[in-house]
Design a protein around this ligand. Structure first.
Ligand code: HEM
Length: 410
């Protein structure tokens, strides 16, 4: 079958029904035949072996800012934030696409404050999860995405940011709109929703930063304004753009972690029984869900020098797209990689990327899944797919894998 054409980036999106049904029908042959493949459409090398993906993600000398990429790297350059003359890059671009020294300067204090918040937020996550479960309690069936997986991460980040309860509905709408920033193929309606949400969040965060500076509360924005007051070099605009990045990076991904995880457990009754019999397996199970069905397909880096990956020369400024999903099913890293096994010996997966840019929200996403999944299973001891013969309904946002609906019966 070696004369079958190699895939292109477009065949690794929901536009390809085969990929949407089973991404590994595309990724497995790619990893076996051409683990470092130059893709003309995106102008990027697609890298799919675990060892290469990990080595590149953790190489601190590589770049992330799309503006440093060769103009032929069209897909990566579409992710670049607007350049505004006279405004520092760190005020138009979040840590997601910032390079050092700005990346470390901005990420350091944000991570310090976020991790301290996450360390004490468990009781509130439990309360938010229980409230969602209470709303579902009277029903005999429900769409888990709508009732549980979508609202929980938004409500949790709203607590972390100290969003006023009265503004939660607006905040949810903005959170959903701003995610379109991650969709390179967004249509006009989606672009308008994103722009509206972006403006509303900009106004909201600017006001909140000013307000918390004068009147600190028990929330992340106040933590950050206090760090600024202690001399941490971080401008209000840098803070604002990175608060928005927590929403862009954090909501949909955590929604999908919970949704994909519950679906996998419903599809693998023996794994579900193992977890029900030994709830202590939950942390392990969440790592296996992240490995087996990661919410994000890819991340990227830019070569800062001429280099070689898997014997393939890559020139400085060329773009590299790392297939996290492909790496997570590499048999050289994970024995029997296509088996979903909640008791699999815990092995490092690539779902959160790696190195300096490793997901800053990973501890929060893990916590939410570790609380939400067991409480859902406990509340509904007979939880099952409403129609086991129905095909999964996946969302169509490229490079993300998550369900549009997950209809369950209790
Ligand atoms: C299961 C849920 C999540 C997944 C799968 C995920 C995945 C990722 C990945 C793959 C990256 C890129 C890492 C790299 O390039 O090496 C990333 C970065 C990032 N994530 Fe997450 N994420 C999740 C949840 C969250 C949450 C809850 C937040 C916020 C509270 C968040 C905020 C961010 C931010 C701000 C970055 C940029 C970090 C940087 O470049 O320094 N993510 N995430």
């Amino acid at each position: 079958m070696t004369d079958t054409p190699l895939p292109t980036i477009m065949t690794m999106t929901p536009f390809n029904p085969e990929f949407q049904k089973d991404p590994h029908s595309v990724l497995k042959p790619l990893r076996e035949r051409c683990p470092v493949m130059h893709d003309e459409t995106s102008g990027s090398f697609i890298i799919s072996k675990f060892s290469d993906v990990r080595a590149i993600a953790t190489d601190l000398t590589l770049w992330r800012d799309p503006l440093r990429a060769d103009p032929s790297a069209v897909m990566q350059r579409r992710f670049s934030d607007a350049v505004i003359e006279g405004v520092p890059r760190s005020e138009t671009s979040s840590i997601l696409t910032l390079d050092n020294p700005d990346h470390a300067r901005v990420r350091g204090p944000l991570a310090q404050a976020l991790y301290a918040r996450v360390a004490k937020i468990r009781p509130q996550v439990e309360a938010i999860v229980d409230l969602a479960l209470d709303r579902m309690a009277a029903k005999s069936s429900f769409d888990l995405m709508d009732e549980f997986c979508v609202p929980i991460p938004i409500d949790v980040i709203a607590v972390i940011l100290g969003v006023d309860h009265a503004r939660l509905v607006e905040f949810r709408d903005w959170s959903e709109g701003i995610i379109q920033a991650l969709n390179p193929f967004r249509n006009e309606d989606q672009t308008r929703h994103m722009e509206r949400a972006n403006q509303a969040l900009t106004d909201y965060f600017r006001a909140a930063i000013r307000e918390r500076r004068d009147n600190p509360q028990d929330d992340l924005i106040s933590d950050m304004t206090q760090l600024q007051a202690q001399g941490v070099p971080l401008s209000d605009e840098e803070l604002r753009i990175n608060l928005a990045a927590l929403l862009v990076g954090g909501n949909l991904t955590t929604t999908d972690l919970i949704g994909n995880g519950v679906r996998l457990l419903m599809l693998h009754p023996e794994e579900l029984s193992k977890l029900r019999a030994d709830p202590g397996l939950i942390n392990n199970a969440v790592e296996e869900i992240l490995r087996y069905e990661p919410p994000i397909d890819m991340t990227s880096r830019i070569a800062s020098k001429d280099m070689e990956v898997g014997g393939c020369p890559i020139r400085a400024t060329q773009s590299m797209t790392l297939s996290l999903r492909g790496a997570n099913r590499d048999p050289e890293a994970f024995p029997d990689p296509d088996r979903f096994d909640v008791s699999r010996k815990r092995a490092a997966h690539m779902a959160f990327g790696g190195g300096a840019h490793i997901c800053i929200g990973a501890p929060l996403a893990r916590l939410e899944a570790q609380v939400a999944i067991p409480r859902l299973l406990e509340r509904f001891p007979n939880l099952r797919l409403a129609d086991p013969s129905a095909d999964a309904v996946w969302r169509t946002l490229p490079f993300f894998r998550g369900l549009q609906r997950l209809d369950l019966a209790v």
